[in-house]
Design a protein around this ligand. Sequence first.
Ligand code: ADP
Length: 196
Amino acid sequence: MTWLQYWQKNKESIKPIDTKEVEKSSEELANKISMWQGDITSLEIDAIVNAANSSLLGGGGVDGAIHRAAGPILKKECATLNGCAVGEAKITGGYKLPAKYVIHTVGPQGEKPEKLKECYVNSLRVAKENSVKTIAFPCISTGVYGYPQKPAAEVAIETVKKYLQDNINDIERIIFCLFLESDKEIYEELLQKYFS
Ligand code: ADP
C-alpha cells in the first residue's frame, strides 16, 4: 500500500486532537460540591469564607462566630489589611479554628447580584492563589445584609458551577455551609436543578 492509499483508507479515522475545552458533565461537577448544615467554625478544612463587613474588624452573625472561635489574633491580622471593599476577598490565617485559612469577603447590602457574584469569584480566586483545595461558604449577605435567601442561593450555585467548569482540577471540594433549615431546603432544591 502506498502512503497515499494508506492515507485515503485511514483519513476518516484519523482526526486532529480537539483542543477545545470539553464541557464537563454535571455529575463530574456535582462530585466536588457538598452541602452541610451547621456552624462553619467547626469545619476542619483548608479555608472557610467569612461574610465580613468592610472594616474586617469583626461583627455579628457568622463574622462574630468566626472571630470568637479563631481568637483575638485574627482581629490583629485583619487590622493590617486596610479593610475590604464590597465584592473583594482577603485571606488570613485561621488561628484557633480547625480551618487553616479564613477568606474574608464583603457581601452587598440588599439584592445586588453582580456584587454577590464577585464575592464568590474573588474568594475562589484567592483560594486558588493559596492552593486551597477544600473551602466552605456561608450564605453571604443573607443575614443582616438582607439579600433574599433564594436569589442569593441562585447566584452562589451558578457562580460555583461556572468556576468548577473552568477550574475543576484546582479544587477538591466546595461546601455550602447552611446554618438555617430554610437555606438547607432552598439549596437542596436548587442543587438538584443545577446539577441534574
Ligand atoms: P451578612 O452580614 O453577610 O448578611 P450574616 O452573618 O448576618 O452575614 O449572615 C450570613 C449567613 O450566615 C446567614 O445565613 C446566617 O444564618 C449564617 N450564619 C450565622 N452564623 C453562622 C455560623 N456560625 N456558621 C455558618 N453560618 C452562619
